[in-house]
Design a protein around this ligand. Structure first.
Ligand code: COA
Length: 376
């Protein structure tokens, strides 16, 4: 094996498998979910998108009602998991708490090791439902508030907000969160999805695969960027500080979070929707400052680095205007992406081969063994 045979660093441009889940066209800025352009389905309910990913097609009214009933019935999580969330130090990263709590869900899944299609699909429905309960509980506990049990009948996004806030949300808030969840649901073979597929390729269980994916999403080069964007906006503070702050950061070769993408070379189609949402929300709550600062940063990044905003950039100011604290942004991303991860697990299992690449060994080959008592 030679250097020439090594795949590019970061598997840049390497096509590792086929998928019917989503298509990311980085040149044209197009994202397709199972045949539908994201622009056309961004306002569908998250439950409709669940049906699209899990069953391959948007649901009829009857199918939607059935899926909603199944999702609603699975919202409760075991007490032992909630106790863990209550006991987790609030100094810990909320994504780390989510990762551990999510992993604990397998304890209450009697058939977690059964990878037959119907069982995995049912487990996926449970996990998609329960992840929002975990996320809301993490949010409440970190604010010193009592955990709110799930509502029996509210839709996915309204129930998620209800569990976070302890009261039924206004329609407009639920609709915004719904669209954000839809826009974050899947995105080709991104790092966390690939991690989930690698893990399930060993024929372990769906909880293990998604737990690994949550760990991957936590990183600042992936989902962790949205929290970092808000921290940056808060640090910059005022529109007048934007230019000097960005110039200084770029001069120090720092990466500006929420910009650049491995695949998109044009504007991220998800960011287009989120930018509109950020503006609307800024106006609604009478604090357009974060949107205006974001726009200014976007303009500067295009001028100075020819880099476009990605999904994480405008989601930050949107969530913030909705009253969601920055530390929860990546957790919300994980809630949405649990749909994509579980759908990819199902697809991987349908035509599985253990993922086991090779590496070019570049270490030494000539060392002589020395017994421990003789080592200096
Ligand atoms: N801010 C400043 N410069 C950036 C940048 C950013 N956000 N993203 C990329 N660049 C620059 C790099 O410094 C590098 O410049 P150089 O060639 O002068 O060294 C060049 O663009 C290529 O960057 P690289 O990190 O190799 O590209 P990649 O394809 O590996 O990067 C990301 C993709 C997403 C990892 C990268 O753009 C990034 O780190 N963005 C910030 C984190 C983020 O928003 N992640 C969420 C992605 S949805």
């Amino acid at each position: 094996m030679s250097n020439e045979e090594i795949a590019p660093k970061g598997l840049d441009g390497v096509v590792v498998d086929k998928t019917e889940m989503s298509m990311v066209d980085g040149e044209k800025g197009v994202l397709v979910y199972r045949g539908y352009n994201i622009d056309e389905i961004a306002n569908c309910s998250f439950e409709e998108i669940c049906h699209l990913f899990l069953e391959g097609e948007l649901p009829t009214q009857t199918q939607l009602s059935e899926l909603k009933a199944r999702l609603n019935a699975k919202r409760e999580v075991p007490d032992v998991v909630l106790k863990y969330i209550e006991s987790a130090p609030t100094t810990e990263d909320p994504m780390a708490v989510l990762r551990t709590a999510f992993s604990m869900l397998s304890g209450s899944m009697p058939k977690v090791d059964d990878n037959s299609p119907s069982v995995v699909k049912e487990n996926a429905v449970s996990l998609i439902s329960q992840v929002s309960t975990l996320a809301a509980a993490i949010h409440r506990v970190r604010r010193g508030l009592k955990i709110v049990p799930p509502h029996k009948s509210l839709c996915y996004s309204a129930n998620f907000l209800y569990m976070m806030r302890g009261e039924e949300p206004e329609d407009v808030v639920a609709r915004t969160l719904n669209t954000a969840l839809v826009l974050h649901a899947d995105h080709g073979f991104n790092a966390s999805t690939f991690a989930a597929r690698v893990v399930i390729s060993t024929l372990t269980d769906v909880v293990s695969a998604v737990t690994a994916a949550i760990g991957s999403l936590k990183g600042p080069l992936h989902g962790g960027a949205n929290t970092a964007v808000m921290e940056m906006l808060l640090e910059i503070g005022e529109i007048a500080n934007v230019e000097p702050w960005i110039e200084a950061a770029l001069a120090q070769k720092k990466k500006i979070m929420g910009f650049g993408h491995r695949v998109y070379k044009v504007f991220d189609p998800r960011a287009k929707h989120l930018k509109e949402m950020s503006k609307e929300w800024g106006e609604r709550v009478g604090e357009v400052k974060w949107f205006k600062m974001s726009e200014k940063i976007e303009e500067l990044m295009m001028k100075k680095k020819s880099l476009n905003a990605n999904v994480d950039f405008y989601s930050a100011s949107t969530y913030y205007a909705m009253g969601i604290p920055a530390e929860m942004f990546t957790v919300i991303f994980a809630v949405a992406r649990t749909l994509g991860w579980t759908a990819h697990v199902i697809e991987q299992l349908s035509d599985n081969r253990l993922m086991r690449p090779e590496a070019l060994y570049v270490g030494r080959m000539d060392k002589k063994f020395v017994p421990i008592e003789q080592r200096a």
